[in-house]
Design a protein around this ligand. Sequence first.
Ligand code: CA
Length: 225
Amino acid sequence: MTEEPVVVLVEDDPNIADLVDMYLRQSGYRVYQATDGEAGLRLVRDRHPKLVILDVGLPGPLDGLDVCRQLRSISDVPIIMLTARDGEVDRVLGLEMGADDYVTKPFSPRELVARVKAILRRTETPRQDLPSVLEVGSCEVDLSRREARVDGEPVVLAAREFDLLAFLAGNRGLALSRRQLLDGVWGPDWIGDERTVDVHVRQLRKKLGEAFPLSTVWGVGYRLD
Ligand code: CA
């Protein structure tokens, strides 16, 4: 018998917490709930969850961003932040503090569960087990030949464009900030403007067209669906 993956949910609004709890249980997760940051940190230490869902606006001395920062100093557990619709700054800060993704309130519990699954799929697949050909829409990203194909036909990409495509394909379903893309593709030491990412994205969109299901995530960056 396999054990249900544990999710810690830190949310002070009981209506949202119960709804999310119900959907996660139906999808086969074991859920532990906390309603403030300190209790949330304790639960993570005690329960060793596979993933944490963290509301930004929490009562008490620690808000969600504080909790995120503290969690990152003790653990690499994936974190999804719940943010308010107008909380663009929170979203950016959350990702900068190491959150893996965010969902904006009001959200559909179904979408949240889909994000949870996407993140766990990625974090539970060891890097070396990644197939050498990733499929993204009708586009194939062949990592060993360093070749992108649309409907079987190779598309000529610059080296950096291919690297960006491969990085996005390896992190499908996750909202990535321009900074994360720069770090992942250009390397953390690369000095330059974040608009570099936009320029390369424009090229990929032009060359791959409809085959490239990339969404712009306002205030953050991009997500490959
Ligand atoms: Ca709240």
